[in-house]
Write a protein that binds this ligand. Structure first.
Ligand code: NAP
Ligand code: ZN
Ligand code: ZN
Length: 346
């Protein structure tokens, strides 16, 4: 199927219009007309090869929402016209212990990324969501609640699930003091979910002008991190901290904010190492952990949770020809709070 999108051809090139073919439907496939595609900072890291050598040409995009236009002969999960979402992976081995638990993102044989990845045949390059059309195995797509605004749903497929999953795993609930570091695409979803789960939420940000927005999203407190003294005053007061920052930072400042037995979850992936002072861990039996997106059952659960609580991302909808500028603005932390591309403009 003829598809229009945007691609980069090298790690130093801008995105430009690109036409390519999507496969014809297999029995378990669905085809969707993409409505909106979110811009995740992971797209920028990969396009610029900040995580290592990438596959070019690359069509980025793993926050995809659209409408089913065609279904394969075996598909019962979706009907034509259904709103549908696709996230960070499009397949996995389906047989390992992680896949059998619905934790496909931790597939022991490697999940198949939505782009910058080979499909399971080992040779077909996967092209992502910056495009007008998508084809995917129905098992790896999810239902989107009809009451939600589609543009605001797209970022839920990565930014949303990436914060929902650790908040659930580490038991965010009333009485819990949760910190969210970085108020970007991921961080602002963390504020909304932590609040909806009843926790007390503090945002740590290096952008003082974001305070009003943070409080409007439900944060109880806003801490400007440019002055380290603001952090020192909060030592040993947090039950859980989620670090979503896309750049390197002094993680030790945040470890010290944890109470006894509390956990700091690293989610941002700058592609560079953190230096950890282990004394900060053992002084209060603190943990430092990682978390990556979420599996298909949990993405579906998260979307139904959003439908029930009327949660979507705060988005700035842009045309395809604005994407290179949107990348620059994202890197400069100038985004409120996710860029979403209108797929009609590809
Ligand atoms: P984003 O929208 O660009 O937000 C990142 C935020 O980090 C910025 O808004 C800013 O918040 C803060 N920040 C950026 N540069 C900073 C600096 N130099 N010093 C201090 N703070 C800085 O990015 P995103 O899409 O939310 O992604 C965040 C990170 O998570 C990326 O590294 C991405 O690759 C990664 N990620 C991980 C997963 C996963 O599964 N673990 C999934 C998706 C993305 P303030 O202005 O509030 O300080
Ligand atoms: Zn992402
Ligand atoms: Zn697997």
């Amino acid at each position: 199927m003829k598809t229009r999108g945007l691609a980069v051809h090298s790690g130093s090139a801008p995105l430009q219009p690109f036409e390519f073919e999507r496969r014809s439907l297999r029995p378990n496939d669905v085809a969707l007309d993409i409505a909106y595609s979110g811009i995740c900072h992971s797209d920028i890291h990969q396009v610029r090869e900040e995580w290592g050598p990438a596959l070019f040409p690359m069509v980025p995009g793993h926050e995809i929402v659209g409408v089913v236009r065609e279904i394969g002969s075996n598909v019962t999960k979706f009907a034509i016209g259904d709103p549908i979402g696709v996230g960070v992976f499009i397949d996995s081995c389906r047989t390992c212990a992680s896949c059998l638990k619905g934790l496909e993102q931790y597939c022991e044989n490697g999940m198949t990324g939505t782009y910058n990845s080979y499909e399971r045949d080992g040779s077909t390059v996967a092209y992502g969501g910056y495009s007008n059309l998508f084809v995917i195995d129905a098992d790896y797509a999810v239902h989107v609640p009809k009451n939600l605004d589609m543009a605001g749903v797209a970022p839920l497929l990565c930014a949303g699930i990436t914060l929902y999953s650790p908040l659930k795993h580490w038991g965010a609930c009333p009485g819990m003091n949760v910190g969210i570091v970085g108020l970007g695409g991921l961080g602002h979803m963390g504020v909304k979910f932590a609040k909806a789960l009843g926790a007390t939420v503090t945002v740590f940000s290096h952008s003082p002008e974001k305070e009003k927005d943070a409080l409007a999203m439900g944060a109880d407190k806003f801490v400007v991190t440019k002055d380290a003294q603001n952090l020192v005053a909060l030592e040993s007061t947090f039950d859980l901290i989620l670090n979503t920052v896309s750049a390197q930072l002094d993680i030790n400042l945040y470890l010290n904010l944890l109470k006894l037995d509390a956990t700091l979850v690293v989610i941002g992936l700058p592609g560079k190492a953190y230096e950890v002072n282990v004394g900060n861990l053992l002084g209060a039996r603190r943990s430092m952990a990682g978390s990556m997106i979420g599996g298909i059952p949990e993405i579906q659960e998260m979307l139904y949770f959003c439908g029930k609580h009327n949660i979507t991302s705060d988005v700035e909808v842009i045309d395809a020809d604005y994407v290179n500028t949107a990348y620059e603005r994202t890197v400069a932390s100038d985004v409120k709070y996710r860029f979403v591309i209108d797929a009609k403009t590809f």
